[in-house]
Each structure stands twice: as structure tokens, then as C-alpha cells.
Unconditional design. Structure first.
Length: 303
């Protein structure tokens, strides 16, 4: 159909708005709920490892739930530590390979997750291990037309002492991309992790937008009244992770900057973190965030 004849209901969105689903947290019930509120994409996440999940059976159940709904699987995600030199690292590395192998079956172009880290070692001293582990993964993914992306979650890391993820701050981004100069490597970007570090997310986005392959729809809120009264070390939380629409970030600006560099992937809302919209209000928060991000994007969803 010619572009000028397409209506808002027949056009595919240039940027899909969806949700993250944890594979071990009642995923099929959650997907049913997410389908009912109109998500356009899903990111399937595995915390730590894939464990005993049969990916083919898992895929079949997911696709049965989303069949005919116009929903895409935009990312498969592993939150493990493939740099760890031991059993945990061996399992995580095998799971990265398994997800790369499974991507075609899920019709998914992107594998995301943590870099992992060598605990206690400064970020620069992790680079040889990072190159050793991820160069073969990136080459294997590239041969299949796939991309990899690292989330910018802190996971206990500082520049002087790595935790479970190295891709947590701009200096680390630069070092990682110098160490792994692959076109199919990018970032899975989320403003909440930057806000907690007092980094301006919009300025960071402008600098790194061309390397962002996937967006997590999770915002952050600095509770400035708490900071003024009791600082960062008191009992009252000074930072909250929030659904988009309830945090400090202008998501209209985020989407504008993403479009400015030709981004056409997905923003997947990451739930189960907001301290207000939780428990029985979890899906209400998700629905509110979905509606807010659609408004920021402009236009109607397609099915």
C-alpha cells in the first residue's frame, strides 16, 4: 500500500512501545495481561541464567499468546556474569551462545544483557577478559545478522572496583567500544541508572544515541526534599525507580533524539520496580506508562 494511502491504524510504528517479561516470573500470565493492554513488543529476560527452560517450548507458548496481535520479540536478555572465571561464568557464557542460537526462532534481532565483571578489579583491568569473552560472541552474532547490546545498569560497579556489569557510565562506554570495535555492539539504555549517578540522561543520550540499540522504559526520580533534609545516607530513600510518566525524564525528548539518529527499534517498559505502582497496582502502572509513551511517540498503535 502506498505510504500516502496508509492510515494511522495500518502503519507500523517506527518505534514500538512494549514491555520486559522475566522468563521465571509467571511469564505467560503476565504476557496475557500485557497483550490485553496493547503492548507492541516484548523483551524476554532471563535473570542470572536460562536455568532449565526449554527455549523452543517457551517460544511456542509465547507465540501462541501473541499470534495475530502484531507483537514482536525485540530482545532476548541475559542478566548473568560471563566474565566470572568459574562455574557461574561458564554457565552465563553458554547461555549467551544459546540465546544467539535461539534468536532466529524467536524472530528476534537483538541479544542484550550485562557485560559481567571481575569483582573488585578496576574497570580498565577487565578489558582483556571482556575482549576474550565477547569477541567470539559478536562475530558469531554478526554472521547471523544479529546485534548485541549491554545494559547501563550499575550492579555494584565503580571505576575502581567492578561488580556484575562494566557498562554503567560514559567513561566505561568509551573503553568498552574501544576494546570491542564491532558495528553490531551497542547499548541497552535506561535513564534511571544515569539519574541515580547524577548524570543528565538527555545529554548522555545525545552523545550516545547512535550506539543505542534498545531502550528500557524505566525512569528515575530524585526525591530532592529527602536529599535536602537527610541526604543520601539516611533511612528515607532519596531515589526511586519509576514507570515512565512518573519520573524526572522527558520521554518526548528521548524519542525525538532517538528518531533523530534513525532509531526504529523498541522501548520496552521494565516493571516491578516502581514503589508506588506495585503489587495490585503493577498493571495499572504499566498501562499508564504505555499510554504516556505512546503519547510521547505520537500517533496510534498498530495491531
Amino acid at each position: 500500500m502506498p505510504e500516502f494511502l496508509m492510515t494511522e491504524s495500518t502503519k507500523k510504528p517506527d518505534i514500538r512501545i512494549g514491555a520486559c517479561v522475566e522468563a521465571t516470573r509467571a511469564p505467560f500470565e503476565e504476557i496475557e495481561q500485557l497483550v490485553s493492554i496493547g503492548v507492541e513488543s516484548l523483551a524476554i529476560t532471563f535473570w542470572g541464567s536460562i536455568e532449565e527452560i526449554d527455549l523452543k517450548c517457551f517460544r511456542d507458548r509465547v507465540f501462541k499468546l501473541i499470534e495475530g496481535k502484531g507483537i514482536e520479540i525485540s530482545a532476548l536478555t541475559l542478566f548473568g556474569n560471563p566474565l566470572e572465571e568459574g562455574e557461574e561464568g561458564n554457565v552465563a557464557l553458554a547461555d549467551w551462545r544459546q540465546l544467539i542460537d535461539a534468536a532466529e526462532d524467536f524472530s528476534c534481532p537483538l541479544i542484550t544483557g550485562f557485560t559481567g565483571g571481575l569483582p573488585g578489579k578496576p574497570v580498565p583491568e577487565n578489558m582483556p577478559r571482556l575482549k576474550e569473552v565477547f569477541s567470539p560472541l559478536l562475530e558469531s552474532a554478526g554472521e547471523r545478522g544479529l546485534k548485541l547490546a549491554f545494559e547501563n545498569c550499575v550492579m555494584g560497579s565503580t571505576w575502581k572496583s567492578a561488580g556484575r556489569n562494566l557498562a554503567f557510565c560514559p567513561e566505561a562506554f568509551e573503553l568498552i567500544f574501544e576494546t570491542l570495535p564491532y558495528a553490531n555492539l551497542g547499548l541497552e539504555w535506561e535513564p534511571a541508572h544515569l539519574i541515580k549517578q547524577m548524570i543528565n540522561p538527555i545529554e548522555n543520550l545525545i552523545n550516545w544515541a547512535p550506539k543505542i540499540f534498545h531502550y528500557h522504559g524505566k525512569d528515575g526520580q530524585l526525591r530532592r526534599e529527602v536529599l535536602r533534609q537527610t541526604g543520601t545516607l539516611g533511612s528515607n530513600p532519596w531515589f526511586w525507580q519509576r514507570f515512565p510518566g512518573y519520573g524526572d525524564t522527558d520521554w518526548s525528548r528521548i524519542i525525538s533524539e532517538a528518531r533523530n539518529v534513525g532509531f526504529s527499534g523498541a522501548i520496552n517498559i521494565e516493571g516491578h520496580h516502581d514503589p508506588i505502582f506495585c503489587n495490585e497496582l503493577e498493571m495499572a502502572g504499566m498501562a499508564g506508562a504505555l499510554g504516556y509513551l505512546r503519547q510521547c511517540r505520537g500517533g496510534k498503535t498498530s495491531s
